[in-house]
Design a protein around this ligand. Structure first.
Ligand code: SAH
Length: 323
């Protein structure tokens, strides 16, 4: 069982003791092996990783932990442990000289947003739908005092635990196996809240925006990243079924409509920071993610369209404040 006692103490000191109590129950449930057949296997993979001390760490420009010279004689044990947690979607990670080249170049997303957000130094940060926590490490590298990521996918949580074990047990970064709907409402706790790649998975995007607002302290900052479509104030794509092979995609607004949603939800200082088409260099199959990827989800004859004939993925980053 992962030890979250330091996190609970942190939450107490932030005045969020009630959340700590709720969490203890939710985590016991989420980590119950009877609920998830592969959990034991993933847990063993993390346990089998060698206990290493990194002689060098860089979280500012990448997520690089340790060097190959720190792992002498235990390379195979390290590589096998990481491989047992396949597929690795978010990254890349350099772990003691092992280059975990993930499906996504998540570092590119970070590069697109980092100059647009309030400096994270000493901030308390929540990353909703954080995947395996790649950006959480970058937030820590940018000086955040506490980073909490949540994601309901247990494999992602176990990948994070593997990286955390290879980093240091006392890192001020935690990943919780929760969906956003399991957070207490109106916590008003965090200085910065990230929601990246989540809004289009929510059946009720306006409620998601309000949930995000409720997590932020007054004057806090939301960093929102989501799929958008080209068009004006009244343009919205609502796919008949799949979008780029994904099953649970609901609303893809234009940038203008997205910002109108945010205004209606009461956000202030709403700024569109970046709009980028996702390329097959940013999302692709690799040795660490051997399943199909973006190129298989696009129309083979027209890269402007998904295989369903819908506009190919374009992502926007919007930053805004609460009052
Ligand atoms: N934020 C990361 C990962 C995006 S992928 C990035 O930008 O790279 C979307 C993630 O949202 C997945 O890991 C998925 O497990 C998570 N997710 C899906 N439904 C969610 C929910 N209800 N609450 C929180 N996260 C959710």
């Amino acid at each position: 069982m992962i030890d979250y006692s330091v996190l609970y103490q942190e939450l107490e000191s932030l005045g969020a003791g009630n959340w700590a109590q709720l969490l203890a129950e939710q985590l016991a449930d989420a980590f119950d092996e009877r609920g998830h057949g592969d959990l034991r296997k993933w847990r063993e993979a993390v346990d089998e990783l060698p206990n290493l001390k990194p002689s060098r760490v860089n979280l500012l420009d990448s997520v690089s932990i340790g060097q190959s010279t720190d792992v002498f004689g235990q390379e195979q044990q390290l590589i096998q442990g990481i491989q047992k947690l396949h597929p690795w979607r978010k990254g890349p990670y350099q772990l003691y000289g092992v280059d975990v080249d993930t499906e996504w170049r998540s570092d590119w997303k970070w590069d697109r947003l980092k100059s647009h957000i309030a400096p994270l130094r000493n901030r308390t940060v929540l990353d909703i739908g954080c995947g395996n926590g790649y950006h959480c490490w970058r937030m820590l590298g940018a000086g955040a005092r506490l980073v909490i990521g949540i994601d309901p996918t247990l494999l992602s949580v176990m990948q994070f635990q593997a990286v955390r074990k290879l980093y240091a047990a006392d890192a001020a970064v935690y990943l919780l196996p929760l969906g956003v709907e399991q957070l207490p409402t109106e916590m008003k706790l965090f200085d910065t809240v990230f929601s990246m790649g989540v809004l289009y998975h929510r059946r009720s995007p306006i409620d998601h925006l309000l949930e995000l607002k409720g997590c932020l302290r007054p004057g806090g900052e939301l960093v929102l990243e989501t799929l958008v479509v080209e068009g004006g104030m009244d343009t919205l794509l609502f796919p008949e079924s799949r979008y780029a092979q994904m099953r649970n995609v609901w609303f893809l607004p234009s940038c203008e409509l997205l910002m109108r949603w945010m205004r209606r939800c009461g956000f202030k200082n709403i700024k569109l920071c970046d709009v980028a088409k996702t390329t097959v260099n940013e999302q692709r199959s690799t040795q660490w993610m051997r399943f199909n990827s973006l190129k298989d989800f696009l129309d083979p004859n027209n890269a402007e369209l998904t295989c369903e004939g819908l506009p190919a993925p374009v992502r926007a980053i919007v930053v805004a404040n609460t009052d």
